[in-house]
Design a protein around this ligand. Sequence first.
Ligand code: FES
Length: 376
Amino acid sequence: MQSHPSDAVPRVPSDEELARMSTEDLVRLGNRLDDIEIVSERDRFPVPGTRAEKRAERQVAGWFILATLSGIAFLVAFIAWPWEYVAPFEEGAFWYTLYTPVIGFTFGFAVFALGMGVIAYSKKLLPEDLTIQQRHDGRSPEVDRRTAAARLVQTGQRSGLTRRKMVVRSVGAAGGVLGVGVLVAAFGGFIKNPWKEGPNSPLLVTDWHSEDGERVYLRRNTGVAEDVVLVRPGDLEPGSMETVYPFKESMRTHPEELAHVLKSPDSPVMLIRLRPNVTVIKREGQQDFNYGTLFAYSKICTHMGCPTSLYEDQTNRILCPCHQSQFLANEYAKPIFGPAARPLPQLPIAVDDQGYLYARSDFIEPVGPAFWERNS
Ligand code: FES
């Protein structure tokens, strides 16, 4: 019967013998120990520096250069492209809509080109060996690990990477740019200081805030930004809810501001009129925030910021459809079910001498989900 390579168990050298062995000796030993049979072995370019080799190098480096350029384009777009929301009818909307496709394409193409460069390198420049290896179980002993490392070293030497400066530089540039890209994508959001404006920082104020004391009214959204319809207490039936938005007289001649508050994420407020016989429990310090049976709560869920749009007047429950948090409208919108842990912030409201509802101030706590620095 013909013997198989795996039938012969080679002698394992001592540690001293291993230390004296050359890279080639270790590779040969490793092949025998790992039951690797080399069927054929061929350097792709036995004579270094031929035109064919240079052409192959340029093709490989070309992919890495494309990866580098695409990575740089991604970085520039990520930092400088107009990313802030622009409504479809506003100036600059076209460029805003391209933001996500541009950063997605440039980053995706950079990764694709880097992968193509690695494939091209292994196909065009690495030695063309055909080997067969038997499978082994369990953890490798020291001798196997040493010989495997030697094989990697030898492959690196035979690949000619040390003399292919163009490939080394282009793959270094591509890897570096992509690495920086990943860091920028991961930590770019931390560069901007959200607390720069102190008590007026964006996370602490909403569009219900009035810097100059101008009164902020509650308005409906009729679907047309310029169509301003203010709200009176009698507009809501007992047991009903309406979403309202902030409005100041100074906005009337500024269509872009009228449109802005309708899409601003911290603007929407649920104005709820409880039934007259409902028992109400108020929160400490917010006893006068309501107007009769009218209560105004931020619509932004304190769990993860979804709009809590569903109001069930029989049970006085406000439901967030995202993860089913429930809040009691007659008990300062405290959470009674689901993952939300804080009440919906309440807007203090009153009625002016014309009978229109207005906000007496901004919310007294930040709206929406928790963040590190909030203390309530
Ligand atoms: S966002 Fe409302 S329950 Fe999760």
